[in-house]
Design a protein around this ligand. Structure first.
Ligand code: G4P
Length: 526
């Protein structure tokens, strides 16, 4: 294998999907600890603070003094190089969260074992299905009183329609949590509480039949043996093909806070999760091992700090090798650019990257010329497909305080929508401007940025819109008829695409039944 191939094969690029408070931040911290990107891990958030900052990363940076304003972290783990992409989850939940999931090769689903499958997780799993992304599962908070593990797995299977294959099985829970049995290694790994800040030295008992188990667990040892028999009989065996097809998830139990079990999951990730996968483009499939450089932009992040008004475009490398100072084509603009100052995110620090391979993320400085979905490629004109916009879930009418600034407002909103954080809809029937977002914080971000960057003072008003769908039809004439009949509900988005604005979900359903020749899309490709 050439060095080039080795570099690609050792990479794993993943993101975490979870409901707020399930433990994403805590797991990330432990993962970084194992990646030796952090020396010691403390408590992520002060217990009393009780509130989550705008970004988990900003919060972590503030409280922990570590530099992770970045959205991407790269760290070594067991001969591999892991890229973890942040998925904003609290108030900063946004379309970026969804789109990030289309830029990874696998996902870790984190479940709070006291709560089970929660709303946000269901939504995010839906997004991972667009690419049948392989999913690993971490059942968190075993140090608390939790629900029956078998019931939890059943719930995952029923609600998320994915088969569960336990790789580790918990021994007790809450104060009685003793560790896990690793079904594939036939080992008992014992839990020691109070060691969450460091990498623990593992206490391992080899073999379920080992008498050592009886001396440690007492009477419970034979119950455990029976339980494991039962679990083996009642659950799915691990199947790599099904995992890679997104149909089966290996399940790990542990406690992120106690730093127990996260490493078992990481071992599974590097062993089973795919190395950087191929991607589709308008010119056919691009293999990660293709020698010519290519990549696409999935996220644009503006710095909210007025002192540093830089915007960074996050590009996922899909093939070839990025080298500092190389030339690449900004395909949409048909322009060759020399990139000498891309950022990488090794161990949470923004540093200048010298080289990057498929699966890596590099940050390009963006002065307003880069949009979500843009392809950069060396020496060829092709565009990646499958980088979607997602239908917003929250809507507000935006209004100017100073009506003379209408032009600036329009321009600002369209530019901000090109960055992909919000979307703007202009109804056909009037001059309203409707802002649509996936997460509520984005509304504040938009008003803040309109003021700072476009000198526009805008306010929101409530509007009764439940959802939006992009509409298309094979038959131009049918689309024109629909345009006339549904005129009152139609709008153009920032890119002039026709959109159906539904005041209620029932209204949307009726419209879909009434106009079967029209397609209503939840996502729209760039
Ligand atoms: P998130 O990023 O998914 O939102 O979750 P985060 O890691 O911030 O964890 C949410 C809370 O759950 C934190 O509590 C964290 O310490 C706690 N937690 C995470 N993993 C475990 C675990 O394995 N066991 C236990 N017992 N707790 C865990 P907090 O912010 O300190 O307090 P609060 O938010 O519950 O008030």
């Amino acid at each position: 294998m050439s060095r080039f191939e080795k570099e690609i094969k050792k990479r794993r690029t993943f993101a975490i999907i979870s409901h707020p408070d399930a433990g994403k931040t805590t797991i990330t911290e432990k993962v970084l600890l194992f990646g030796h990107a952090l020396q010691t891990a403390g408590t992520v958030k002060g217990k009393k603070s009780g509130q989550h900052a705008k970004s988990d990363w900003m919060e972590m940076e503030k409280e922990r003094g570590i530099s992770v304003t970045t959205s991407v972290m790269q760290f070594p783990y067991s001969d591999h190089l892991v890229n973890l992409l942040d998925t904003p989850g609290h108030e900063d939940f946004s379309e970026d969260t969804y789109r990030t999931l289309t830029a990874v090769d696998s996902c870790l689903m984190v479940i709070d074992c006291a709560k089970g499958v929660e709303a946000r997780t269901i939504k995010l799993m839906d997004v991972t299905r667009m690419r049948d992304t392989p999913i690993l599962t971490f059942m968190n908070k075993m140090d608390r009183d939790i629900r029956d593990p078998i019931e939890l797995m059943d719930e995952v299977e029923d609600v998320l329609k994915i088969a569960c294959s336990p790789v580790t099985w918990p021994i007790g829970m809450g104060k009685q949590f003793k560790g896990v049995y690793h079904l594939l290694r036939d080992e008992i790994i014992l839990y020691q509480s109070g060691q969450g800040h460091t990498i623990q030295e593992e206490k391992v008992i080899k073999g379920l039949d080992n008498p050592e188990l009886d001396s440690v667990l007492g009477e419970y040892a034979s119950d455990l043996r029976d339980e494991i028999e039962l679990v083996k009989g009642a659950s799915h065996e691990f199947d790599l093909e099904m995992f890679l097809a997104g149909q089966l998830t290996p399940v790990f139990f542990g406690t992120a806070l106690g730093n127990f079990g996260v490493d078992h999951m990481l071992d599974g990730l590097v062993e089973w999760a795919p190395a950087p996968l191929s991607r589709e483009s308008d010119k056919g499939t691009v293999e990660s091992t293709d020698e010519q450089f290519s990549g696409f932009v999935f996220k644009i992040q503006a710095n909210m700090d007025p002192q540093h008004r830089d915007r960074v475009a996050f590009l996922r490398v899909c093939s070839g090798r990025y080298e500092q100072g190389m030339k690449m084509r900004h395909v949409r603009l048909g322009k060759d650019v020399r990139v000498s100052d891309a950022l990488t995110f090794l161990a949470g620090d923004r540093t200048r990257v010298e080289e990057a391979y498929a699966g890596d993320i590099i940050g390009l400085h963006n002065h307003g010329t880069i949009q979500i979905g843009d392809t950069f490629a060396a020496g060829k004109d092709m565009r990646f497909t499958g980088i979607p916009n997602f239908a917003p879930e929250l809507f507000r009418r935006i209004r100017l305080r100073d009506p003379l600034k209408a032009k600036q407002l329009n321009k600002g909103l369209i530019q901000l929508s090109e960055e992909g954080a919000v979307q703007v809809f202009r109804p056909l029937k009037n001059n309203d401007l409707i802002v649509g977002a996936v997460g509520v914080l984005q509304f504040d971000v938009v008003v803040h940025r309109l003021k700072a960057e476009y000198k526009v003072d805008a306010i929101y008003e409530p509007i009764s819109v439940a959802t939006a769908r992009w509409v298309t039809a094979e038959d131009e004439i049918k689309l024109e008829q629909f345009r006339k009949k549904a005129f009152d509900n139609l709008a153009l988005d920032g890119g002039d695409n026709l959109t159906y604005i539904a005041p209620t979900m029932v209204n949307l359903q009726l419209a879909q039944e009434r106009y079967p020749e029209v397609e209503f899309h939840k996502t729209r490709e760039h």
